[in-house]
Design a protein around this ligand. Structure first.
Ligand code: TRH
Length: 380
């Protein structure tokens, strides 16, 4: 293990949404809590950060949160010494003065580009490879991933044990849900919906509404709300709103802190998630999920979707595999969801078992924070 209090700097630009800050905040906390490292997290948008962590004071350029030194990444960079390990999240461009400080160190730092998550095979070949060099400082690619030979996924120590204990306690779940103002109807299936705008939503809700089993749909505030409001025939939706249409009760939730969001996923029978971090968290929940992937130019995200599905469906029967793959593809194309949802419901016991198996398989890999620390240990 590296000497105590090795200094790490993590740089995060919030491009859009919450994934950039969601991932780096989680990583920063874990490096402090589980590896006793000294971590500074440089973030250019404290307002986005505040949504995940309400304790953030957006007026403070420097503050401590859960042992992490959170620094506002200023437009006009102020001179600061470079850390032992420097992580540029999602290929963000470091301040040039900071790069100068890296090059001036007697021993140059380990410089890592923490990349986007992808299940594509090429990731294994590229993970850990040297990238560009700035003067004497070498940058390396670090790829999270689902397969051996990648950097793994963010997973805090004891996460799955905590999740299982929680899922085994109806009382703990009831108490947690009540804290969010949710009273789960006894026979309803509980579904969470965190997604980008989606033209396929109405068809999905229509088929849920006609189902004999009622649905309690929990929708955190966000981009899908407009589509939900249109389906309900209401003008707008805000946190706290509850509307019933046929078999579907829609409840809008406030954006909650990351650990609460985790528990929400643990409570639900089915989770629709998006982007990167919520996608991973839904896998740790051990429940069937639907991924709304972040759209990229030239539809390259569809290759990523297929690459993940190819891994995920291994071990499923043909019909269950077709059902879940069809559902994911329809959702990501904004197409009609009805038949795919009916097929998914039909295979729900198998998909439930599979979600747990997948989760356990993924947990056999070293987690991303541990893999980063190991990468550093191997490098020094
Ligand atoms: O918000 P996202 O769509 O984020 C991203 C960004 O678009 C990013 O640019 C892109 O590169 C990436 O996707 C792939 O989805 P994501 O990654 O799931 O991030 C959401 C974060 O918000 C995640 O950390 C979970 C957290 N969250 C809460 O803390 N509370 C909540 O109530 C909800 C709904 C989410």
């Amino acid at each position: 293990m590296p000497e105590l209090k090795t200094r790490w700097d993590i740089f995060c630009t919030v491009v859009d949404n919450f994934g950039d800050i969601g991932v780096t905040w989680r990583l920063a906390r874990q490096l402090v809590a589980e590896h006793s490292l000294s971590v500074r997290l440089w973030v250019d948008d404290l307002r986005a950060f505040e949504r995940l962590c309400p304790e953030i004071d957006i007026h403070h350029a420097q503050q401590w949160q859960e042992g992490v030194e959170v620094c506002q990444w200023p437009t006009d960079w102020l001179p600061t010494g470079a850390a032992d390990v420097v992580i540029a999240a999602f290929a963000c461009q470091l301040p040039s003065a900071y790069m100068g400080a890296m090059a001036e160190r007697e021993k140059p730092p380990l410089w890592i580009n923490l990349d986007y998550l992808s299940a594509e095979d090429w990731v294994i070949g590229c993970h850990g490879l040297p990238s560009v060099k700035y003067k004497n400082v070498q940058k390396y690619f670090f790829f999270p991933g689902f397969q051996r030979g990648t950097g793994g996924l963010l997973r805090e120590s004891g996460l799955l044990e905590r999740r299982r204990t929680f899922q085994q306690s109806p009382e703990a779940q009831r108490e947690f849900l009540q804290g969010l103002g949710i009273d789960r109807a006894p026979n309803a299936q509980l579904i969470s919906l965190f997604a980008y705008e989606n033209a396929g939503l109405a068809s999905w809700l229509d088929v849920m509404a006609a189902d004999l089993t009622p649905t309690h749909l929990l929708v955190p505030e966000g981009r899908i709300l407009g589509d939900v409001a249109r389906w309900l025939g209401v003008d707008g939706l805000v946190a706290g709103a509850v509307h019933v249409r046929a078999g579907v009760t829609v409840q809008v939730l406030p954006f909650v802190r990351q650990d609460q969001y985790d528990r929400l996923l643990w409570c639900c029978d089915f989770n629709a998630v998006r982007g990167e971090d919520s996608f991973v968290r839904a896998q740790w929940a051990g429940r069937p999920l639907l991924w709304h992937i972040y759209q990229q130019e030239d539809d390259i995200h569809l290759d990523k979707l297929d690459a993940f599905l190819a891994l995920y469906v291994k071990g499923l029967s043909g019909p269950a595999s077709d059902a879940i793959s069809g559902l994911w593809r329809a959702w990501n194309a904004g197409e009609n969801m009805s038949d795919h949802w009916l097929a998914t419901r039909k295979h729900s016991p198998e998909l439930q078992k599979h979600a747990e198996v997948w989760c356990l398989e993924q947990a056999l890999q070293a987690d991303l924070a541990a893999a980063l620390v190991q990468f550093y240990v191997n490098w020094i």
